[in-house]
Design a protein around this ligand. Structure first.
Ligand code: HSE
Length: 315
């Protein structure tokens, strides 16, 4: 029997987008993880990680998002084989850009094909979300939905898991400020309030629906107005020095809306795709981080496609 190798890639994603905690997410077209999977006769799962900040990613299968996906899919297949998984990180871990989700999504696609499971992309989201337990302690499906399907996704329901994909206006771009601060999603979920005020729920429902109304009406400014969260973001903003200043400076420079990206610490600005506005928002975010003594990187991104299989080989 010849060994089979399948490789898939999956993009970074930015979850929440303001009031859509654990529900909204967008796939970005700039940073990708690649996962190759080799089916081998010996049992067990072996993981190696290379690429950007690979040292931050655990290789123990039960602590690695791709490892958890592999175990679940291998059990489902009932095959008596093992998997050798090689992860190449392009998405920087611990920045709120869906790094663990990108590995989980790419692993789900590659393993599905390597084991001949024939699962659809939507079915694979459930397995990829299981992988998130390893990183967040909770199977939140927002990042993996966007990372698997691409573009903008809404987790309509967790039980059963149901995801809606919505096209976004063509004239949008994102500017993302990534500070040199690393925070695990689990630690950023531990600071969240256990109980919330009804008035904050009203605020968030109003804003999340405004974001969607902006998409439906092709109105980028309305989308931006909807990017405000009075439940999760205030609790997290306290953990990141300078984050509110970065947000305000991006809005002053012309961003339509600004939110902490996922669990943070990155900040995502939604901008109309006009060169001047994009450049002034990028400069404002960079300058504000510098003024606050926070080192960081600024990237520009557009909504992008989801995970795909890029190689199949009999070894
Ligand atoms: N919705 C998740 C959270 C995203 O905010 O914890 C993590 O990237």
């Amino acid at each position: 029997m010849k060994a089979l190798l399948v490789e898939a890639t999956a993009p970074a994603s930015s979850a929440n987008l303001g009031a859509g905690f654990d529900v909204f997410s967008v796939a970005l077209d700039v940073l990708f993880d690649s996962v190759s999977v080799e089916v081998v006769r010996r049992s067990g799962i072996e993981i190696t990680v290379e690429g950007t900040e690979a040292h931050l990613v655990p290789v123990e299968p039960d602590k690695n998002t791709a490892g958890v996906v592999a175990k679940t899919l291998l059990d489902l297949s009932r095959k008596k084989c093992g998997l050798v998984i090689r992860i190449n990180k392009g998405v920087r871990p611990g920045r709120g850009l869906g790094s663990s989700a990108a590995s989980a999504a790419a692993a789900a696609l590659a393993i599905n094909e390597a084991l001949g499971l024939g699962l659809s992309k939507r079915e694979l989201i459930t397995f990829a979300a299981q992988g998130e337990i390893a990183s967040a302690g909770f199977p939140h499906a927002d990042n993996v939905s966007a990372s698997v399907l691409g573009f903008f996704t809404i987790v309509r329901s967790y039980k059963p898991l149901e995801v809606i994909q919505l096209p976004l206006p063509k004239n949008i771009e994102f500017v993302v400020a990534l500070p040199e601060i690393i925070k695990s999603t689990a630690s950023m979920r531990s600071v969240l309030p256990k109980h919330v005020e009804l008035s904050d729920v009203v605020h968030n429902v109003g804003h999340a629906t405004t974001f969607i109304a902006g998409i439906a009406l092709n109105d980028v400014n309305l989308m931006g107005k909807g990017m405000a969260d009075s439940i999760v973001e205030p609790a997290r903003a306290r953990m990141f020095p300078g984050i509110i200043d970065v947000k305000l400076s991006a809005l002053e420079a012309g961003a339509a809306g600004v939110a902490i990206s996922g669990a943070g610490p990155s900040v995502l600005a939604l901008v109309k795709a006009e060169k001047e506005t994009i450049e002034s928002v990028a400069k404002a975010m960079k300058d504000t981080f510098e003024k606050k003594g926070v080192k960081g990187q600024i990237i520009r991104a557009k909504p992008g496609p989801g995970a795909k299989v890029v190689r199949r080989e009999k070894l």
